[in-house]
Design a protein around this ligand. Structure first.
Ligand code: ZN
Length: 433
């Protein structure tokens, strides 16, 4: 029997997360909803029929929540299609591949019905960054080439850098084009910088959480997803001051990125380093200090590290992933590749970064810890996860939202990156993703 108006599902909240990757619309409800959907073109529209629902004011709020600058949704119309059936019509700005799915209650969320609107023709991420002037930082002029896979573009950039170097009289070894020799030229007389990189270095910065997943929340109300994005943006700006470094942010605004997609994004730009930025939390508000984690091959280095990895890995549950498409993606990323070399490099990176952070904040533990963080599983990219401070500690929460501390932290990580490359010069790349 269809539910009547009296026992119809109540919409508790409506949220919209517009982003270039995709726009998400979430309806939070007190029970699971049955839906059907279809897309029509000329113009593109997504129709969603939701059963067992009466039109209420919460649902009508959705109309006003679609902003004119939403990348994919022009507007939404909401109406009672039949008794007990509400129809949503999304008028679209371009063709989308919609994913409609529901999520069971988790954390503080009740049932969620999610519409993820992905572009049917996604742009190449490097081409998009180049178009925004955020990628090509070495003065080499390149045309955006959307048809060329990211790996090929990266190789092209590299070749240009080498050509430039070859013209310099102080780098004679370039003629042999031996990758190792290229990398073994750490000095540059024109600058006192400790390391002179011989090719563009790409650093993936991963601000944790986002969108439906706020991460940890401080007593003062600060949200992990906001402070880590602010810190990540500061770090990005500092890294980009270095002429041979460029940055890819796995997210640059407030929306959710599944953990495996963060890894995929880093691999698609052939990142040299991956740094996931987080803020710690614990039930006891006196817990404090910064820490750095890397992947473990077997078992966590402590119970606390395992507990933390479990908590961070739960981001996908809170943030909300479509299980149907997720399993397929996971299978393609998490090939059983050896991670020993990755972990060794990650430990080296983690140690220098932790040591630099010790200059600006207390450390939660004096050594780099290891556990099975899903986001650190790029088999070929040294990856660390930085817990910048405890957002659950009121004193550290204040620090995390403070411009000065955010800046100091970004400086410390930057110093760590430079030291890492001074000791571990990047080799010329020839791997393909
Ligand atoms: Zn986190």
């Amino acid at each position: 029997m269809a539910p009547t108006a009296a026992n119809a599902t109540q919409i508790l909240a409506v949220r919209v997360w517009p982003a270039e990757d995709y726009t998400r619309v979430t309806l939070e409800n007190d029970s699971e909803l049955k839906t059907s959907h279809f897309v029509l073109k000329d113009p593109y529209r997504l129709f969603v029929d939701i059963e067992g629902l009466e039109l209420n004011t919460k649902l009508k709020e959705l109309v006003a929540k679609i902003k004119s600058n939403d990348p994919y949704i022009k507007q939404v119309r909401v109406g009672q299609n039949k008794p007990n059936v509400v129809r949503l019509v999304f008028d679209l700005k371009e063709e989308v591949s919609p994913q409609v799915f529901s999520l069971p209650p988790v954390g503080t969320y009740k049932h969620r019905l999610v519409f993820d609107l992905y572009p049917a023709h996604p742009v190449d991420p490097i081409a998009a960054m180049m178009e925004k002037g955020e990628w090509n930082k070495d003065g080499v002029s390149l045309q955006p080439l959307p048809e060329v896979p990211p790996a090929a573009i990266a190789n092209k950039l590299e070749t240009k850098s080498e050509e430039k170097l070859a013209a310099r009289p102080d780098v004679p070894a370039i003629a042999e084009k031996t990758p190792e020799k290229l990398a073994e030229k750490p000095t540059d007389k024109s600058t006192d910088k400790p390391v002179q990189l011989t090719r563009m270095i790409t650093i993936a910065i991963d601000p944790g959480h986002g969108g439906e997943d706020p991460g940890a929340i401080g007593r003062g109300g600060s949200r992990e997803k906001d402070v880590v994005l602010a810190i990540a943006k500061r770090l990005k700006a500092k890294i980009e001051q270095h002429p041979n470094m460029r940055v890819m942010l796995t997210r640059d605004s407030d929306y959710f990125v599944p953990l495996n997609v963060r890894v995929q994004k880093a691999r698609s730009v052939q990142a040299d380093l991956f740094m996931s930025v987080h803020a710690d939390a614990f039930v006891n508000s006196s817990a404090r200090g910064s820490s750095v984690f890397v992947l473990s091959e077997k078992g966590a280095s402590s119970t606390a590290a395992r507990w933390l990895a479990d908590k961070e890995n739960a981001a996908d549950l809170i943030g909300g992933v479509n299980i149907k498409t997720h399993d397929r993606q996971l299978a393609s990323v998490l090939l059983d590749l050896s991670t020993t070399a990755q972990i060794n490099d990650s430990l080296k990176l983690g140690k220098v970064v932790l040591s630099e952070i010790s200059g600006i904040n207390k450390l939660h533990k004096g050594s780099v810890e290891q556990a099975g963080f899903a986001v650190l599983k790029a088999p070929d990219i040294p990856s660390i996860l930085i817990e910048t401070a405890f957002i659950s500690n009121p004193e550290e929460e204040a620090k995390l939202t403070d411009n000065v501390y955010q800046d100091q932290l970004a400086d410390a990580v930057m110093k760590g990156i430079k030291k890492y490359f001074a000791k571990n010069p990047p080799l010329a790349k020839n791997r393909m993703t």
